[in-house]
Design a protein. Structure first.
Length: 457
């Protein structure tokens, strides 16, 4: 038979010393309520002074809006009215969870109503509490996510990165259809693992094993690390486990960005330094101001030399890797000149320092057609060739005998970072959007963009 619960709470109005016992509470119920139901369950709770009264459904109306009179204090001096609060009917949930929807602010879905997200979820789950803007636990600020409590009782899961399409009302009052990709997360969410080709709720066991093996290998390698190898994305295929180096790769880094990154490395820890940078200083823009480009290049070279000089005085052996003849650097006479100029500047650093040398990588593209992954990036084979050349320059101090030095997985075994500084002038005092040199210095294509037009014959 259906029942209804009522809560009788004395704690918010009666002092703790005078809270009623079970006997006094039941007596007050019988003596002060008008025609109360007798066929009830009257029970205590974990909190003293709070009681639950359970009645049959047909008798619930007799207790609605009723107030119990309770007297307490010396000689029952004080008298209060305690209302009976009807509790919500308990609803059994199969698998209740909170679902969080992120990235909605990055598309036209920023104008979607919370009800739109509820409607999108209704086919997959049962919505318990409607969508609201999630707030940060510490500050109370809205963090851009949506929060919805649902019950996964329909046998469906929600993918991690779905596309949502719904009607929205724009700020000017017009309506439109918005479509965007969002990130959906919730507890125990199955995620597709490309390594195992199946869904996992927990972390992939293969990745766990690889992580343990990697940590063990790093721990064994730690005493051997005495080289810092730093530079651009052409270091992405290096497997630093097979080297005695900490390898830091920054996508799109120019010479100035590499100099900036070196400021935050503990250079005194290393006996050798390898710098692989400069390819991103080449621009294939036809309307570039060469004079401004040369001025910027000299500034970046000076910044790099300023970081090398203190190490040179401490007899740290430094190797600069020159820029080989990639497709980018041979697109036009302009890019060929830029490559030559950059390599000349690198040679000038070596000539003015006692412990700096330049390593030239064999750039015979015709002989090694598989040397390049794209118009500016080494293939794994070319990366291995570069490491062998650097190792020879360092008197075989870089590579560990009998171990693999490259990996087909890009950035899989190096320390990755972003380019530190303005993307145009490499200075750290402003962003690329606010760069004062925007009008004169033309930026080349970012790393990973479409290749330049083929060289005219």
């Amino acid at each position: 038979m259906a029942t209804v619960d009522f809560k009788l709470d004395f704690t918010y109005i009666v002092p703790q010393a005078f809270l009623p016992s079970y006997k006094k509470a039941t007596s007050a119920y019988q003596q002060t309520l008008k025609n109360p139901p007798r066929k009830i369950a009257f029970r205590t709770t974990e909190k003293r002074g709070v009681f639950i009264i359970t009645v049959e459904l047909q008798d619930a109306a007799k207790l609605d809006k009723q107030k119990l009179t309770y007297s307490y204090g010396p000689f029952d001096k004080y008298q209060v009215k305690i209302p009976l609060e009807r509790k919500q009917t308990y609803v059994f949930r199969t698998n209740a969870k909170y679902v969080y929807i992120d990235w909605s602010q990055d598309s036209g879905l920023r104008y979607a109503s919370n009800a739109s997200f509820d409607k999108w979820l209704e086919d997959k789950v049962t919505v318990i509490s409607n969508c609201v803007d999630d707030e940060d636990r510490d500050t109370g600020f809205r963090n851009g996510r949506k929060k919805i409590q649902v019950d996964f009782n329909k046998g469906h899961e929600i993918e991690r990165f779905p596309w949502i399409e719904c009607g929205v009302t724009l700020p000017d009052g017009t309506t439109a259809t918005a479509k965007g990709k969002v990130k959906v997360t919730y507890r125990d969410q199955p995620v597709f693992c490309r390594l195992c080709n199946k869904d996992h709720v927990d972390r992939c066991p293969v990745k766990k094993k690889q992580e343990i093996e990697r940590l063990a290998a790093e721990e064994a390698r730690a005493p051997l690390v005495k080289t810092l190898m730093i530079g651009d994305s052409n270091l992405r295929h290096v497997d630093q486990i097979g080297t005695t180096a900490k390898v830091c790769a920054s996508t799109g880094a120019k010479l100035g960005h590499t100099a900036n990154a070196m400021r935050f490395e503990q250079l005194e820890k290393y006996e050798y330094l390898v710098i692989h940078s400069g390819a991103n200083n080449i621009s294939c823009k036809p309307d570039i101001d060469i004079k401004a480009w040369e001025t910027q290049l000299r500034f970046e070279v000076q910044q790099l030399a300023a970081q090398i000089s203190p190490l040179d005085s401490k007899k740290v052996q430094t190797v600069l890797v020159s820029i080989p003849k990639s497709e980018l650097s041979s697109t036009s006479k302009q890019t060929e000149t830029m490559r030559t100029t950059i390599n000349t500047e690198l040679q000038s650093i070596a000539q003015t320092h006692n412990n700096v040398s330049v390593v030239e990588i064999d750039d015979d593209l015709n002989g090694e057609i598989d040397a390049w992954a794209d118009y500016r990036h080494y293939s794994e084979m070319m990366c291995a060739k570069m490491l062998v050349s650097v190792n020879t320059a360092l008197d075989n101090q870089l590579l560990r005998l009998g171990m693999r030095t490259t990996t087909p997985r890009k950035y899989g075994s190096v320390q990755t970072s972003y380019r530190l500084g303005c993307g145009i002038c490499t200075r750290r005092v402003h962003s690329e959007e606010n760069c004062p040199g925007t009008a004169t210095v033309k930026r080349g294509p970012p790393s990973g963009s479409d290749p330049p037009a083929p060289k005219k014959k």
